[in-house]
Structures are given as structure tokens and as C-alpha cells.
Design a binder for this molecule. Sequence first.
Ligand code: ZN
Ligand code: ZN
Length: 99
Amino acid sequence: MLLRACSICGRPGPTSRCDRHPKPPKRTGSYTRNAAKVRAAATICHLCGKPFDDPNDPPVADHVLPREAGGSDDLSNLRPAHRSCNGRKGATIGPWVAP
Ligand SMILES: [Zn+2]
Ligand SMILES: [Zn+2]
């Protein structure tokens, strides 16, 4: 079984939140709006730490805790990342073929 740590207190458990720190209710439909805010305020990529200076590699709103793991679309769970960095991160879950 895959164990995660509570994102508040760090206690291991089956989800990213323990009993004492339940997840806030998920707000749906806010991703598009929040992602636009994240992209507009993007300065450096939260995955590689570099600025967004390549017009061919624009910022995207990356989920800190993936949706599949129960992550929300709230601003608190979104960080700017290069499209390429986000793609690499996502590839850690599925198969990845080198370009
Ligand atoms: Zn906790
Ligand atoms: Zn990056």
C-alpha cells in the first residue's frame, strides 16, 4: 500500500491528509480561472526554478498535489511551471520516451 504524509502535520496515512486535518471541500470549475491567475503572476518555474524567458515554453498552472491524488484546483494547490517541466513531471507517472 502506498503511504502518504499528511500535508499539514506529516503523519503517514493512506491520503495526503490525516483525520485531524481533513481536506477542504473541493471547488469545481475554478481551475480555468485560477490557472489564468497563476499564469499571469508567473515569475519562476516552481519545478526547475528558472524564469519564463522562452516564448516556446510558456508557463502553465501545475497542480502541487495532483488531481488524481485528491488535489484541488484552488490557488493554494497551483504553481506556475514550464510546460516542458510540467510534462516531465507528469511523465513520472506514466511511460516516458526520450525525445
Ligand atoms: Zn495532519
Ligand atoms: Zn521549469
